[in-house]
Design a protein around this ligand. Sequence first.
Ligand SMILES: *[C@@H]1O[C@H](CO)[C@@H](O)[C@H](O)[C@H]1NC(C)=O
Length: 153
Amino acid sequence: MQHYQFLRNLCFLLAICGLSGVVLAASTCNTCQDNNVKCLNETHFSFCSSGVDPDQVIGCPDGQVCTAYQRICMPQGAPPSCTEVNCPACDGSSPFVCISRTTFQTCNGKELGEQIIKCKDDTFCSMSSGKYCVDRCVALNLQSTFECDKEAT
Ligand SMILES: *[C@@H]1O[C@H](CO)[C@@H](O)[C@H](O)[C@H]1NC(C)=O
């Protein structure tokens, strides 16, 4: 019986973490969306329709963000489909910096080391843990988002 409880809690946890993964993966830049535009960053987009020159960059009105909805630009608060990601720089306080969700580089004081190091499968870069790479749940419990929330390139 206790065993069953444990398994149920574990499944619940995994489901929550899996869900947050889906939400995070929803941040897409430069991808044609159902509303026939692609968001270039949080505020600018271009059209994906074959009849419109794709090089034209259109900005949303002040205070609005580019979304995947039919109404392309919506007031801040709506989920932008493409958000700029700020990743930390070597500032002398950490022996390494995350350069994506799953990769990091060492720091030599304020200088970035040359090599890009990958986290093991299913682990994520975490500076606040001090352990380089940790489970998704651990990373997201320490910080509400990944410290460098973008795909490894
Ligand atoms: C978004 O992209 C457009 C077009 O490339 C650029 O002009 C604009 O400055 C960018 N906005 C931000 C906040 O980076």
